[in-house]
Ligand binder design. Structure first.
Ligand code: 9MG
Length: 310
């Protein structure tokens, strides 16, 4: 059977009416160790702290732990509902780092921020050892760009610790993922992958309420793949799990606008609005102040003003 046939029952992005009335707004609640995340009335904002010397956007400006903690506090003051801390760059072609190195980078930042902010903290890692130490240091959520595939201990850890986990789609590995991404139906294949990894998580004992899904914009995708996924978000938002979308400053925006990473603010904001109207529950962003203001207006259009009848 051809690949196209395998996915013929799956919707494609064009099957969705993305008119405002058709948007899903499911009321999910995720309980973390440091607060409850209630979705369905507004979009949550995940601010990014990269503690790496080679991050594609901030070029390692936040490698100093004290500076990273101060930046994290600034992101919360600017409107971040949660903070994502990562110690290994996921930029296409970036080299992997050892667990030791990653721990040295992220642990002081997790510990420092935990003392200073009340919002949930996610640890961006695919290594169970790093995730375990970060959870002990005060992180609440595991953001696994491999969706539990790269480290067999990760599913066991997340289940045992009873913490929320982000399952993100990626074709290939960060080192090679942009070499020649190929799909016959990118939306259907991403959805199939996420369903399969939800199955892996459930099988390991992760609670269904603790699973967040993510199409992995820019992870093994061409410009067209990313656009189809952003257009098809309503399908992913209807999978029965909160949906996280991260498009901030990614290369596809640079391709459309012919813009370097630090020139992609407007494009990132446009993608954030598309994500809100596509049904995303969480938006991952570098430019928190600007994204927060844009999302507040998009949310008011989508959901009405807080407290107003819907
Ligand atoms: C770490 N990281 C970089 N981009 C990301 C994205 O789009 N989603 C998630 N979950 N993590 C990301």
């Amino acid at each position: 059977m051809s690949e196209a046939k395998v996915h013929s029952a799956k919707p494609s992005a064009n099957d969705f009416d993305v008119g405002l009335q058709s948007l899903p707004a499911d009321d999910y609640v995720i309980k973390t160790r440091h607060g409850t995340m209630a979705f369905g009335r507004r979009t949550w904002l995940m601010g990014v702290i990269n503690v790496t010397p080679d991050s594609f956007y901030d070029g390692g400006k936040r490698f100093d732990p004290a500076k990273a903690v101060a930046d994290g506090i600034g992101l919360v003051e600017a409107g971040a509902d949660m903070i994502d801390i990562g110690g290994e760059s996921t930029r296409p072609g970036a080299p992997p780092v050892s667990a030791e190195e990653e721990l040295q980078r992220v642990l002081p930042v997790v510990q420092g921020l935990r003392r200073m902010v009340k919002v949930p903290i996610s640890i961006d890692t695919y290594k169970a050892r790093v995730a375990r130490a970060a959870l002990t240091a005060g992180a609440d959520i595991v953001n696994d760009i491999s969706a539990l595939r790269f480290d067999p201990e990760m599913a066991v850890l997340v289940a045992a610790e009873r913490v929320p986990v982000v399952l993100m789609h990626m074709q290939g590995k960060p080192q090679t993922m942009q070499a020649e991404p190929r799909y016959s139906n990118v939306l259907g294949e991403v959805q199939d992958f996420l369903e399969a990894q939800i199955g892996v998580a459930l099988e390991a004992g992760v609670e269904r309420e603790n699973i967040i899904v993510d199409p992995g914009i820019g992870f093994g995708k061409t410009l067209d793949h990313n656009l189809i996924l952003l257009r098809g978000l309503p399908a992913l938002a209807s999978m029965g799990h909160p949906l996280l979308v991260g498009a901030s400053r990614k290369a596809f925006i640079g391709k459309i606008l012919d813009a370097k990473p630090d020139e992609r603010l407007e494009g990132s904001l446009a993608a954030a609005v598309a994500a809100v109207f596509g049904g995303a529950h969480i938006i991952r962003a570098h430019d928190v102040k600007e994204t927060c203001r844009v999302v507040r207006v998009a949310d008011a259009i989508r959901f009405g003003m807080p407290g107003a009848p819907r």
